[in-house]
Design a protein around this ligand. Structure first.
Ligand code: NAD
Length: 255
């Protein structure tokens, strides 16, 4: 269970930065987003069913397709890009309050972000969780069973439906992770939303929380978001170049 990460409070004048990332930070790593122009759901609206809990629990065919889609997920071979690395620099400079991510790809940790400071709002792809007994396992093990001829591997402990440890539509977020994220949004000086269409709640609501406490809100996203009018600054340039520049600016401001 993640605790709310300790705020890094540096010498006076150092901004505490809370970051919210979405799928857009990983597109340069070869993982398509969902709602961008080349997004998975933009191209195939039916794909949303594979990650909707009601459909998943009710229909073995959906589960079969879902495991195959998990196996093909480009996240397995992906490597972090300059956007992920810029956030490692932010942490090393002592400015990162928390890194809240909607991504399930583990690329922040792969880049070198402290796992204790990464709050995975929507879980991760690497682990499985049983929908009956809650047992945790590895997705690689479940996929090995799929490859061995079991298209819908059940929990080996209790026989219930198995799924990846990602939050599906219709499921609640882990309350401890959400509480820690809200606390981080409520106690920052700068709130950076990066590569997210801010269309999924409660993640998007973190912008409201940060704005309500007077944090400077910066949105880095190629397309407009419903929160742009709340932002102090909106950056439309590609994340791979604009985020390192923004981090350099924050680090320089703290000196
Ligand atoms: P989204 O697909 O709704 O929005 C991504 C946004 O990023 C888009 O508005 C797009 O214009 C922008 N974007 C994409 N590449 C960019 C770039 N290089 N520079 C600037 N902007 C760029 O993503 P979301 O808001 O994170 O919501 C999608 C949901 O799906 C999340 O809940 C997440 O859990 C999941 N998801 C995760 C991954 C992943 O782990 N990498 C990938 C796809 C979806």
């Amino acid at each position: 269970m993640p605790d709310a990460p300790d705020p890094i409070v540096g010498p006076a004048g150092r901004p505490r930065v809370t970051v919210l990332t979405g799928a857009g930070i990983s597109t340069d790593s070869g993982i398509p987003d969902f709602r961008g122009p080349a997004g998975v759901w933009t191209r195939d609206p039916e794909a949303e069913k594979l990650v909707t809990i009601q459909h998943y629990l009710a229909d073995p065919e959906i589960r079969r397709r879902s495991w195959l889609a998990r196996r093909e997920n480009p996240a397995w071979g992906a490597r972090p890009n300059s956007g992920h690395r810029a956030l490692v620099e932010l942490e090393r400079a002592g400015l990162l309050r928390a890194l809240v991510t909607q991504n399930i790809d583990r690329l922040h940790q792969a880049a070198g972000s402290d796992p204790d400071r990464v709050l995975e709002l929507h879980g991760n792809l690497v682990e499985t969780r049983c929908t009956g007994c809650g047992a945790r396992g590895l997705t690689a093990d479940a996929l090995a069973r799929v490859d061995a001829g079991d298209p819908d591997p059940a929990c080996e402990a209790c026989g219930a439906v198995l799924k990846t440890a990602t939050v599906y539509f219709g499921e609640a977020l882990d309350p401890d992770v959400l509480d820690a994220a809200v606390a981080a949004a409520a106690t920052c000086d700068v709130f950076l939303a990066v590569g997210t269409s801010l269309g999924v709640h409660p993640a998007a609501g973190l912008v409201d929380v940060a704005a309500s406490v007077g944090a400077e809100v910066v949105i880095v996203n190629a397309e407009p978001t419903p929160y742009d009018r709340l932002a102090d600054r909106v950056v439309r340039e590609p994340i791979a170049t604009s985020l390192p520049a923004l981090v350099a600016e924050l680090v320089a401001r703290a000196r």
